[in-house]
Write a protein that binds this ligand. Sequence first.
Ligand SMILES: Cc1cc2nc3c(=O)[nH]c(=O)nc-3n(C[C@H](O)[C@H](O)[C@H](O)COP(=O)(O)OP(=O)(O)OC[C@H]3O[C@@H](n4cnc5c(N)ncnc54)[C@H](O)[C@@H]3O)c2cc1C
Length: 478
Amino acid sequence: MRTVIVGAGSAGLVCAWKLSADPSHEVVLVDAGTDPGPNVPDELRTEILLPAHYYWQYTDEDTGAFLPRGKVFGGSSAVNAAAAVRGQPWCYDAWDSALWSYDACLPAFRALEADQQFGQEDHHGAEGPIAITRYEQSAFDLVFQDVCRRHGYHPVADHNAPGALGFGPFPTNRVDGVRLSTLVSVLPLIRSRANVVLRPASEVLRVLVSGGAAHGVVLLDAQGQHVVEADRVILSAGTFGTPEILFHSGIGPADDLRNADLPVLVHAPQLGTNLSDHVLFQLNVDVTDASQLPMPGGQGTLLTYELPGDRHPQAQIFAYHAAFFDPTAGPHAAAVTASLVTPESRGHLALGRGRARVRLRHLSAPLDRSRAADIVTTAAGIVDDLAAQGRVKLPDAPWWRSEDLPQACRAQALSYHHPVGTCRLGRDDASVVDERLRVRGVDRLMVADASVMPTIPRAHTNLATMMIGYRAADFAAE
Ligand SMILES: Cc1cc2nc3c(=O)[nH]c(=O)nc-3n(C[C@H](O)[C@H](O)[C@H](O)COP(=O)(O)OP(=O)(O)OC[C@H]3O[C@@H](n4cnc5c(N)ncnc54)[C@H](O)[C@@H]3O)c2cc1C
């Protein structure tokens, strides 16, 4: 059985690893990005701000903000911040499919990780390819924790324990300074497998479909266009890349396809809709003692808590050295950051002339605006306490003191870079893929990446996406 997997990112590489463990499966793993080879360059192992050629060029149509997506083997896992948080059981139970309940997903989460502190616990694994540890705590983190305690939150040792809420060390897949992306941790496991073919620097243009079934892809490399035939195609090109390929294969809302002079193979009205992302806000302050700041990518505390409301609305607050994301930041610059990790707002991805047109539409839902104001008020209270203790200095006119805070939040909204949901899975006919990740209306075509999430987890999305890639291999092998 020959499978083409399009996209060697978080999900695609994991799927290729799991599927090719059975030698009867031949896997061709295609990515538009490069394969840096066995000696991964330092920048891809450690840096968060990378040269432009490692990214796709997407922007938010409404705000003009650059939306980074990794274009290299490892995908976005190779350019991300390496926070390793799973989310809550109710994140997955809300996907409304017994196949994707937390209990059903747990074995895959466990198989993927080697948790250095809690590997022996029932809900953790100790032998997977992705090592997970917890950040050390800087002097500033300890003060931050103390303030959290005084605000009524409880300490948690393991943010990945089911139901964990409170403050504690940030879980991370950055170990000894190295980001354990799928490029670093998974690709070496399959490089020498005889049944795996790697095709870097090859952009897939469309899926070939005949008689209602996929039988290969058309790709473009330095030599020109080529057809790669296969018994099955799995799209793992990410929340923006996968719907683009589907559109160009004649799958999508029929009117949009016709308007773009594309054939209508399958009318998939919801393709590109349901785009969901975490929104975050930065309260920028200066610490009085720079030596106490969390080391970029090495130390940090995470606070999670629930807001009033149905279905467990949840927030994150954490502080980090601003230099982590901004090389021009001074030695004293810190960002106390607040995020609404249960957004109701939905964005949209549509066909564009070049890359797809993306609208994240953060805070478009009124409930998100009031919740954002609530979260920022809580973060501001923490900042005020830190200032009262002489630990930080506030800017002259902090934006978070605005009289119209919901509106100020709208102006300050940033992406946490966790877009999901454009190829929603579901039991209903309107979903783009079914519960086993098969594209509705086309045989032998699956999607396995962050795009299939019906709702966004209350956590950074990398672990959940790798879990999807792992389970996709099981479904493909059935
Ligand atoms: C800057 C940044 C910081 C982040 N920080 C964190 C974090 O700290 N923790 C966390 O959990 N998550 C984080 N995330 C999110 C997380 O990395 C993603 O959710 C996850 O990697 C998505 O995985 P994926 O498999 O869906 O897509 P990707 O990993 O993006 O993989 C898609 C792959 O498909 C390839 N591709 C796309 N189109 C084509 C095509 N037409 N032909 C061939 N190949 C194609 C791409 O090159 C890419 O390699 C961050 C993301 C970014 C960008």
